[in-house]
Structures are given as structure tokens and as C-alpha cells.
Ligand binder design. Structure first.
Ligand code: SF4
Length: 177
């Protein structure tokens, strides 16, 4: 059985993290594909820093983040398909390195905690933003922050910088809601 790591909900095993299979039933294959998709989304956000992303990239950013929330999709094929679409869009924007998914949950415990707080917050905001989008509502400032936040996930920051990012994110998340 392969390993996974997920601690994004209150059901998480032992209050620490699901490592073999999710308490919710999420298999390791899906958890690992969600992490790979997250790494690819960071790559797309990096590529978008070089030129303006269009609606296709925006939709993939929101859909991709939304698809990695707790119990939205356990469909490994769909998550893989989204990752391939993200990589194709990234190439159109000039390409960039994906973030190595095994680094999402590694490092100093405080940094992992702050990084994952931002990531899980972005996923939650994507759920709101995507539903608003399909109803015909979008906000350029909220959209721009998805890219900023994803790029920030792939960078090194001091604890003060992480906290500042999270405070800024809190304001944009409120605006989104
Ligand atoms: S979403 Fe599922 S796999 Fe992730 S922490 Fe919650 S119970 Fe565990």
C-alpha cells in the first residue's frame, strides 16, 4: 500500500494526518494525485507571472483548487485530467517548474502549518469563487490573489512574512465571500 498525507479536515487520523488511507475513504492514489495537481497549479501560477493569464487559466486555477478540497472528488482520472490541462495551459503561458508535491507537507513544523493554512484557505476560496463564476460573477482582485497565493506557496518566507500573507489572504477571502 502506498503512502499519502492529508490533514485537511477534522476527521484526520489521530488528529495528525491520514497516511495510508483517508478516514473519509479517500485512497492514497487520489491524495497523491491531488498533491501533484496542487504542484502543477503552482507551476501555472508561476508561468502566469510572465504574461497575463486568460479565462482558460483562471478557470483551471479555480477548478483545480476546488477539486482538491476534502471530499469534492475522489475521481483519480478526473484529477489527472485536470493536471494535464493545467500543464498544457502552463506551456501556453511560456512554461515554469511545477512545485514538487512531496515538499507541500515537509519542513519546519511552523512553516508547514502556515503553508498549509494558506493552501487550504485558497482551496476554500476557490469553492466560493468557482460557484460565483458559473453564476456569472467574478472579481479581478480575487482572481489575481489565487495566482499570488499559489506562487507564495512555492516560495520560502520568514514566519512574519507567512503571517502577513495570511492576513492579506483573510481580507481577500472576506471580499470573495
Ligand atoms: S479529507 Fe479524508 S484523507 Fe484528508 S484528513 Fe480528512 S479524512 Fe483524512
Amino acid at each position: 500500500m502506498s503512502n499519502m498525507f492529508c490533514f485537511q479536515c477534522e476527521q484526520t487520523a489521530g488528529g495528525q494526518g491520514c497516511k495510508k488511507v483517508g478516514v473519509c475513504g479517500k485512497p492514497a492514489e487520489v491524495a497523491n494525485k491531488q498533491d501533484d495537481l496542487t504542484g502543477a497549479l503552482i507551476g501555472l501560477a508561476r508561468a502566469a507571472a510572465k504574461q497575463s493569464p486568460g479565462p482558460a487559466a483562471n478557470e483551471l486555477i479555480m477548478q483545480g483548487l476546488f477539486a482538491t478540497i476534502t471530499n469534492v472528488s475522489f475521481d483519480a482520472g478526473r484529477i489527472e485530467e485536470l493536471k494535464q490541462q493545467v500543464q498544457k495551459e502552463k506551456s501556453k503561458l511560456g512554461g515554469a517548474e511545477d512545485y514538487p508535491s512531496d515538499q507541500l507537507w515537509s519542513g519546519d513544523v511552523d512553516v508547514v502549518s502556515l503553508r498549509s493554512t494558506l493552501l487550504l484557505g485558497l482551496r476554500g476560496m476557490a469553492a466560493y469563487a468557482w460557484h460565483a463564476y458559473v453564476l456569472g460573477k467574478e472579481d479581478p482582485e480575487v482572481m489575481a490573489w489565487f495566482y499570488k497565493g499559489l506562487r507564495a506557496l512555492g516560495e520560502e518566507h520568514s514566519l512574519e512574512e507567512w503571517l502577513s500573507l495570511l492576513l492579506e489572504f483573510g481580507q481577500i477571502n472576506l471580499k470573495c465571500m
